[in-house]
Design a binder for this molecule. Structure first.
Ligand code: PLP
Length: 479
């Protein structure tokens, strides 16, 4: 071995020495000893390999203990953080599936804590003093809000679709338009879900046009249902045709078939009143006579992850009796959060105010402009010319398979922090606490304000401050 290398390796501190090092004391105290030892061992090994891999002439004369301690301290701090943790969503995508979709309303959080911290009526009937069903808690509320006859809440919408197809069409055919054979993120593909459910998919029509006669011509004695799927994450524009729900329902009735709809996002409010393009509502689908309507709890609804199956008493009863329902049942925290969220919908203005997803969707541009001015001033005051901030018009998105064509006018802060390039700044922002997930657009780093709520300002500024502190002031630009 090269003498320079063996000398450096001998200078590496021992595990026990690092475990006693005063510079690491605070970070070590935050971790169980076994975890600290593992982090330190890993780091020593990484350092050994770095030395071994480096060309001899690039090796330092002395081991940089100080730099090494800084790295170990950072690794210990990182190990103390949970893997699943909050981030600041500055992407402008409101229902961001990778970032946890809908943040919950305070009312929902309170109810989750109340139910999760104590025993509850999850499966207990207080009047009779005997066993009740977890599936009964939300049905009355959903009837009230949507006019459905019956409702069942599952763990998520993918599960609800699987359960519906399995309960209603196993071993039989389900007819679906080619224009609606969707794949959404996380490998939910309609043909695959259909196969997993045991139903046989029969595609009709073409990508851009499907007519009522296409469905009708495909009906055989094996057909169980007609399925409509809301093409939630794309839009076919131009020369197109899809069959409207009332016509599809009439056809299904004529042949004694079921008409089902996977609405995807599942909106309970008429968003066109707030300047949005029309997104079909759950109420409209039910009023059109669909036997079963399925949608997510954590998309436009703004609640916890869940799958809602609403429809006729008879059809929902068939779902309930399926043993798969036991495998797909929601937990008590989901039910608590969903009930509290749905209760907010009883008063529409309150829902718009209290449910973060709806609030972000409907915030007026003037609000975002005010927010932009406030944050710009706060940054200038704190960091002077070290950071360049510029307010820019931006386009936010709904995301999560809702209103795919819709672009929301928004405002963004374009940040520059010399000497970092935009992509370097983007990466740094992801690595602080709390991480800030920004957007890179045409080489600029943008923080879109539509998804940053005022109550996050403090955390945002504190996190930004941590990045700025680590960047040396470029010479001649000190401020
Ligand atoms: C999002 C979506 C699903 C899946 O819902 P999850 O709640 O994520 O399981 C199914 N179908 C459509 C059309 C969707 O948009």
């Amino acid at each position: 071995m090269d003498p320079a290398l063996s000398r450096l390796l001998r200078q590496l501190p021992a595990v026990a020495e690092l475990l006693r090092h005063p510079r690491l004391a605070a970070d070590l105290a935050a971790l169980p000893r076994s975890l600290s030892v593992a982090v330190i061992r890993d780091h020593l090994e990484v350092q050994r390999q770095r030395f071994a891999a480096a060309p001899i002439e690039t090796l330092p004369g002395e081991f940089d203990l100080d730099g090494f301690l800084t790295e170990v301290a950072q690794a210990l701090q990182a190990a103390a953080l949970p893997s699943l943790r909050r981030v600041i969503n500055a992407t402008g995508v409101i229902i961001h599936t990778n970032l946890g979709r809908s943040p919950l309303a305070a009312e929902a959080l309170e109810q989750i804590v109340e139910v999760a911290a104590h025993y509850s009526t999850l499966e207990y009937d207080l009047v009779k003093g005997e066993r009740g069903s977890r599936h009964d808690h939300l049905e009355g509320l959903l009837q009230e809000l949507t006019g459905c006859e019956a409702a069942l809440v599952l763990n998520n919408n993918a599960g609800a679709v699987l359960l519906a197809l399995n309960s209603l069409a196993q071993g039989r055919e389900v007819i679906i338009s080619r224009g609606q054979l969707i794949e959404i993120g996380g490998s939910f593909r309609m043909p695959e879900i259909m196969a997993a459910s045991g139903a046989f998919m029969k595609e009709v029509g073409t990508t851009n046009k499907t007519h009522l006669r296409d469905y009708e011509n495909a009906i055989t004695s094996e057909t169980a249902a007609l399925l409509k799927v809301h093409p939630s994450n794309f839009r076919i524009i131009g020369f197109t045709h899809e069959v409207e729900s009332p016509e599809l329902v009439a056809l299904a009735r004529r042949y004694g078939l079921l008409a089902l709809e996977d609405l995807g996002s599942g909106c309970l409010l008429d968003l066109s009143r707030y300047g949005w393009e029309r997104e079909p509502t759950v109420q409209e689908s039910l009023a059109a006579g669909l036997d079963l309507v399925l949608f997510s709890g954590d998309k436009l609804l703004g609640g916890p992850q869940a799958g809602l199956a609403l429809g006729s008493r008879e059809v929902v009863a068939r779902l309930r009796q399926n043993p798969l329902t036991r495998a797909l049942r929601p937990d008590k925290m989901t039910l608590a959060g969903l009930e509290a969220t749905l209760r907010l919908y009883l008063d529409e203005p309150r829902a718009l105010e209290a449910i973060p997803t709806l609030r972000m969707l409907t915030r007026p541009l003037a609000d975002l402009e005010r927010q932009a001015r406030y944050l710009t001033r706060a940054m200038k005051r704190r960091w002077g010319t070290k950071i360049k901030v510029e307010v820019r018009p931006s386009e936010a998105r709904v995301g999560g398979g809702s209103l795919p064509g819709a672009v929301l006018p928004s405002r963004a802060l374009a940040l520059e922090l010399p000497p970092l390039a935009s992509h370097e700044l983007e990466a740094r922002l992801r690595q602080i606490q709390p991480p800030i997930i920004a957007r890179l657009e045409h080489g600029a780093l943008l923080l879109d304000l539509r998804t940053i709520r005022p109550e996050e300002h403090r955390a945002l500024l504190a996190a930004l401050g941590r990045v700025i502190e680590t960047v040396p002031t470029p010479t001649g630009l000190s401020g």
